[in-house]
Design a protein around this ligand. Structure first.
Ligand code: FAQ
Length: 330
């Protein structure tokens, strides 16, 4: 049914190694990508293209459902009715994005249950940023503005990529994220231009999130393992450094114009190269966090495990065939 089949237990370290496949098929596949055609689920595709897409889309899906948690904890404490309504809607949207992405990954042959199991066992990664706590309302504001902005930079670029179901999911997600960004920006400007205490609380949150945001786009191009092949296949439409640079280009001015700044004296744009320079963001911390040793990794997975267990009866009820004998007598 599928070209190069799904190999569930293959060592992830081998993901970038070539698999012997028909050179003519490989050449035709690359030609289709180069012509800008979309690859659809039943088209032939190299086994590694399938495997890499599953890895990336699955990690993205996990990031959405785990990403709902730091903000979700603030629904009961959001300041005021309007902020609460917006936050509830945003958290619901993030879970919806997870569903869209799991569905896109399923088209490549990996069952959703297996993806969830791999998340819960710690086998699959999810975005580094969601392993940090949302200490104050200002942290939620920074997530809503700057994390959503960072996600949009990445997703908007990759929505023009080669795999049809992922691109279509990303288009829909970007439309909703654009609204999240607006509410995040509104909350950010409100705190930045509010009382001295509100301004200070926001600056403290930006200080906490600066490094995780720099990490968000992945290791530098020199250290990135998958970028080269994924860009050739138009799964990634720009390198990690280029995406990070684009984000800094767009959002450093927006942060500074309301009197807030990132806590890095070396964060400056080089007028000659057009690239942003910044201090070493402590890549050791990044690798520790994505290995499962960040401040909130254990807490995040514990909540997901709890949700999985508590929701089991619902999934079982939905999977039970409807028959007359299951209908209670009046
Ligand atoms: N976090 O070779 P590369 C959101 C891993 S959605 C954790 O450069 P790649 C919405 C990488 O997996 C946020 N791990 O990797 C929202 C690899 O390890 P592996 C998620 C990371 O794939 C907003 C290793 O490092 N977005 O925020 C990270 O070419 C607000 C080597 O790295 C996506 O997932 C990281 N940040 O590039 C929700 C977008 N970076 O797998 C709620 C799709 C790298 O070999 C509230 N994904 N690693 O063991 C991508 O674009 C890419 O996967 C990158 C990484 C750019 C994230």
């Amino acid at each position: 049914m599928y070209g190069g089949g799904f190999i569930p237990d293959e060592n992830p370290k081998k993901q970038t190694e070539a698999v012997a496949e028909d050179p003519a098929l490989l050449a035709e596949f690359q030609a289709r990508i180069d012509r800008g055609e979309k690859i659809e689920p039943h088209d032939w595709m190299p086994a590694m293209y399938r495997k890499q897409l599953i890895r990336m889309i699955e990690q993205h899906a996990h990031s959405e459902i785990i990403g709902a948690l730091p903000e979700g904890t603030w629904i009961t404490r959001a300041p005021g009715f309007r902020r609460k309504m917006a936050l509830i809607a945003k958290v619901q949207d993030e879970i919806g994005h997870g569903h869209l992405l799991y569905t896109a990954a399923e088209t490549l042959g990996k069952p959703r249950e297996q993806m969830i199991n791999d998340l819960l066992s710690g086998k699959s990664k999810y975005s580094n940023v969601f392993n940090y706590p949302a200490v104050t309302w200002a942290d939620v504001t920074v997530i809503g503005f700057l994390i959503d902005a960072a996600a949009i930079v990445n997703q908007l670029a990759n929505s023009k990529g080669s795999y049809g179901p992922y691109c279509r999911a990303l288009e829909r997600i970007c439309a909703e994220e654009a609204f999240h960004l607006k509410q995040g920006h509104d909350a950010f400007v409100y705190l930045a231009t509010g009382t001295p205490q509100q301004h200070e609380m926001l600056q403290a949150a930006v200080n906490r999130w600066y490094k995780p945001i720099i990490h968000f786009f992945g290791p530098s191009d020199k250290e990135s393992v998958h970028s080269e092949q994924l860009m050739r296949w138009k799964v990634k439409m720009a390198s990690n450094d280029d995406m990070r640079n684009q984000f800094l280009d767009m959002y450093v001015p927006k942060v500074r114009e309301v009197g807030i700044d990132f806590p890095d004296p070396n964060l400056k744009k080089d007028p000659e190269t057009g690239k942003w320079n910044f201090s070493d963001p402590d890549w050791d911390e990044f690798y520790e966090v994505i290995k499962g040793n960040g401040p909130c990794n254990a807490e995040r997975l514990a909540v997901r495990k709890w949700a999985e267990e508590k929701g089991r009866w619902v999934r079982q009820a939905l999977a039970t065939p409807y028959t007359k004998s299951t209908v209670p007598l009046a």
